[in-house]
Design a protein around this ligand. Structure first.
Ligand code: ARG
Ligand code: ZN
Length: 881
């Protein structure tokens, strides 16, 4: 484990490397405890650099065996190899030389899962961001592009399959039951895209013919016996390849495309050139093991990694500060793909929910950072919702500002101009400015300023003059180390909704740039006057969530109800009802804190009933509209002095109130939506299940709730329904025998499938109330749990720390003590995953004072532990700062 050196990396310190590595030949002689890596590097001195300038390579935990320069063994005095680098004191004065380095590593003891490690007996790698330096000494930075040839040698019995990047080359047998394979990747790439897999795996094969008629051999490698579970992923891959050709004109460029699923993986997946490596959770699926959400995630992540081939691999990042250049853009691309493959409005609502649940709290707490950060201590901690999700929103706003055509021209220019390069955000933006003739300089602040902007708006209608005025004000709250903010360019899609639900037209507009239904907010205040507005409109603002902001818009409930029923923009319809539910819950929690009871206006239950019946709306949309805001969403809206118990009670009361008022109607709809027994993972079928399962959650709070839920569980013919019923039973009726029986039945059926058991762990970890701390502790001792596996950790502890408001934030601080203990224990094996778990307390300052103090104590107890990793101390220090 690399302990924290406190070293800070700064964007402004970037300078090109003195040396380049145009060619990299690697040879691996694999063995679990002692793998020998021989790197033959063609080193080229960059033009203008003085001959003899020392060469400084990165390394991490390597055992150096041998060094040669141009075939000549080096003396000990000619180099030094302290723990984190290799320094060649006086490289040859000529322009190019060959440096050969032999290192020894131990994949079987690599528990950090960075570099070369073993997962279920399979050798695999994870090099992004800085894992390659755990394999050999190298210029391990993304602007060093090299052409790789890789030779892998292993025991044939242990590893019949030998894979690396690029196209396959020679293979052959060796003495003692060993064999080898050579791979060559003609596309220069940074070291973080290097990958190797060796093991005994099953596969499914397919083929894709590209737009220019080249056949690409596709394969997905999985554990033997699980081949059938990869068919959905394969289908998603072929659809992704086709979509990227049609929508972005991007063709695949190698003869093969391989995906490998492994069960021990720190993140979701990795876009290594021609050899994507996946967390098996995002590959394996059938109706009995995966939920509809899993299918949607698989489709999105398969697409995401594939799309990286152009946005990330062909054009990579100059340095890690530019991470959003590939991640934000690629998330934008996978969102568009899912929107095209499924329902665009439903996808948009789901995206916004994710953004608000993950990015907003980050942006509004101590870990806030710009989409393009200016400094970091540990880059692995910057694979964040801000870089990914907000990064995608920023690209989406560019499209909104430019329009689809100019946006596409900008993308084409970007691909054209920067193919084969390591680029920056400035390079990217310039392409859109040139392609559109627009000035994006103010817009650029979205990349540089942290924090969620707020727009507040008021409106007035003058019936006599037929004028509608809108007063808009922007503000951006301070974030860590950025107290003063500059004014942003915020594109707000809007409509003036008339009494019949249609958008009203207006004759003219004064006060600011309004173009094609978009208000371009650029100043602090705008007073916008629409003339020739025949009737009193209700303003619908930030349609489609065109900008990732918070909106303070005083609006009467009756106006929100009107928009929830009639807005022509589906996102805004969803938003209006969601806001009604959120405001009602907040008001309810205040009354509860004041010693009273939550009360709700009857119109809320009425609208909910009308949504269920409205056959003009997609079922998936109706399901989302009826899903009440989560406890964390409500806490975020309240902002400070949070008491999670009051929020829980208010939300629970709201659900009961809606269910009670609509009981017969919900039950009838629930039965109408029954399964016909034939499963399809497609959006329409998933939408039916989603609506039925939301209704189940309401019905579970009514009389016979436990019976309905346990019947649902017992008759489920797919995992979506089964897991939904289990969650309802465990979250709403955990004291009842029905809940315990269902848990037991689930375990008996799925005990041998770790990915399915992850759901069993997560459902229990998400159970509200004070008993869950103890339950989580008990589950950590369950034979199917393992502290070594990131998926298990995320299911049990990740869910509990980040997804269970009332359970984790128990008033006596027991949750926080478990947090500190667990984070420190996990850190010993895997600092990266420990750091991720530790973000569970990032919003501690918004808690009420007693909980705040207990949370602080837990954080301080971690901070005062000796020898913390860079990963964990970075998170804890910033959280406490
Ligand atoms: N580039 C990967 C993706 O597709 C994420 C890899 C992150 N890995 C890490 N160790 N930080 O989004
Ligand atoms: Zn990515």
């Amino acid at each position: 484990m690399r302990t924290d050196t406190g070293r800070v990396f700064r964007l402004e310190d970037y300078r090109p490397s003195d040396y380049l590595i145009p060619r990299t030949d690697l040879s691996f002689v694999l063995s679990p405890d002692s793998t020998i890596v021989t790197a033959r590097l063609l080193i080229r001195r960059r033009e203008g650099v003085a001959p003899g300038t020392p060469l400084n390579l990165d390394g991490d935990g390597l055992t150096l065996r041998l060094v040669e320069v141009d075939g000549k063994l080096l003396e000990e005095t000619e180099f030094s190899a302290p723990p984190e680098s290799f320094v060649l004191h006086r490289p040859p004065a000529k322009d190019e030389f060959v440096l050969t380095i032999v290192t020894e590593i131990s994949p079987s003891t690599n528990t950090a899962l960075m570099g070369l490690y073993r997962s279920n007996g399979v050798y695999c790698t994870q090099c992004e961001a800085e894992g390659f330096r755990r394999i050999t000494y190298f210029l391990d930075r993304p602007d060093i592009l090299s052409v790789y040839t890789v030779r892998i040698e292993a025991s044939r019995a242990e590893a019949p399959l030998l894979l690396s990047n690029g196209n396959p080359g020679a293979t052959g047998e060796l003495p003692d039951g060993r064999h080898f394979a050579v791979w060559h990747d003609p596309f220069p790439k940074p070291s973080y895209l290097f990958a190797l897999v060796a093991g005994d795996l099953g596969a499914i094969h397919d083929e894709f013919v590209t737009m220019s008629g080249r056949a690409v051999a596709l394969a997905i490698y999985v554990e033997h016996g699980k081949e059938r579970l990869a068919t959905y992923a394969m289908d998603a891959l072929k659809r992704s390849m086709k979509w990227d050709e049609e929508v972005f004109g991007r063709e695949y460029d190698l003869d093969v495309f391989n995906i490998v699923a492994v069960s021990d993986f720190n993140m979701g997946a990795m876009e290594n050139k021609g050899l994507n490596i996946f967390n098996d959770k995002y590959v394996l699926a059938d109706e009995n093991t995966a939920t509809d959400a899993d299918f949607a995630n698989i489709e999105a992540i398969i697409a995401h990694e594939y799309f990286h081939n152009w946005t990330g691999n062909r054009i990579t990042c100059r340095d890690w500060f530019q991470l959003c250049l590939k991640e934000g853009l690629t998330v934008y691309r996978d969102h568009e793909f899912s929107a095209d493959e499924r329902s665009r409005p439903v996808k948009r609502i789901a995206e916004v929910r994710t953004l608000r649940a993950h990015q907003f709290p980050e942006d509004q707490g101590p870990l806030a950072h710009p989409v393009r950060p200016r400094r970091y201590r540990e880059i692995n901690n910057f694979y964040t919702a801000t870089v990914y999700e907000k990064g995608s929103e920023v690209v989406r706003m560019i499209r909104t500002i430019l329009g689809r055509e100019a946006f596409r021209r900008g993308m084409d220019l970007y691909f054209d101009r920067h193919d084969g390069e390591a680029a920056t955000i400035e390079d990217f933006l310039k392409c859109f400015e040139e392609a559109s003739g627009r000035d994006l300089s103010q817009f650029t602040l979205w990349y540089h300023q942290a924090g969620t902007p707020n727009i507040s708006a008021t409106s007035a209608y003058d019936a006599a003059a037929k004028e509608f005025t809108l007063e808009i004000e922007q503000s951006l709250p301070p974030t860590p180390s950025e107290s003063r903010k500059r004014l942003m360019h915020i594109p707000l899609q809007f409509g003036l909704v008339g009494p019949d639900g249609q958008d009203l037209s207006y004759a003219a507009v004064e006060g600011t740039a309004v173009e094609d239904g978009v208000i371009h907010v650029r100043k602090r205040r705008h007073s916008i006057r629409f003339s020739g507005v025949e009737e009193r409109p209700i303003v619908s603002l930030n349609r489609g969530f065109s900008a990732p902001i918070t909106l303070s818009l005083e609006q009467k409930t009756e106006h929100r109800v009107f928009l929830a029923r009639h807005d022509s923009d589906p996102f805004s319809r969803w938003q209006s009802f969601n806001t009604i539910l959120t405001e009602a819950t907040i008001a309810g929690s205040k009354r509860i804190l004041g010693g009273g009871e939550a009360e709700f206006e009857p119109v809320i239950a009425e609208v909910a009933g009308a949504i269920v019946e409205n056959e003009n709306l997609e079922r998936a949309f109706r399901a989302l509209a009826l899903t009440p805001p989560g406890e964390a969403d409500i806490a975020r809206e309240i902002g400070s002095n949070i008491d999670p118990d009051a929020i829980f009670a208010a939300r629970d009361a709201l659900v009961r109130r809606i269910a009670e008022a609509n009981r017969d109607q919900f039950l009838a709809a629930y039965h109408r939506l029954e399964d016909n027994g034939l499963f399809s993972p497609e959006a329409a079928s998933a939408g039916r299940r989603a609506l039925r399962n939301v209704l189940l959650d309401y019905l579970a709070t009514t009389q016979d709730g436990p019976d309905i839920a346990s019947a649902h569980f017992g008759s489920a013919t797919n995992m979506t329904d089964r897991a939904a019923a289990l969650a309802v039973l465990v979250h709403r009726h955990c004291e009842r025998a029905e809940a315990q029986d269902a848990l037991h039945a689930f375990e008996v059926t799925h005990g041998d499938d770790p990915l399915v058991m992850d759901k069993w762990f997560a459902i229990q970890a998400a159970a509200p109330g004070p008993n869950t701390v103890d339950a989580v502790q008990r589950l950590a001792a369950h034979p199917r749990f393992s502290i070594a596996n990131p998926n298990r950790l995320r299911s049990l502890f990740g869910t509990f720390f980040s997804g269970n408001q009332s359970g984790f934030h128990r008033a006596d601080g027991a949750g926080y003590r478990l947090f500190a203990e667990t984070v420190l224990e996990v850190e010993k094996r895997n600092p990266q995953v420990a750091a991720r778990l530790a973000t569970g307390l990032r919003s501690w300052r918004s808690l009420e004072p007693k909980r705040q103090e207990l949370a602080r104590e837990a954080l301080v107890s971690i901070a005062s532990t000796k020898g913390l990793s860079a990963d964990l101390s970075d998170i804890i220090d910033r959280t406490l700062a």
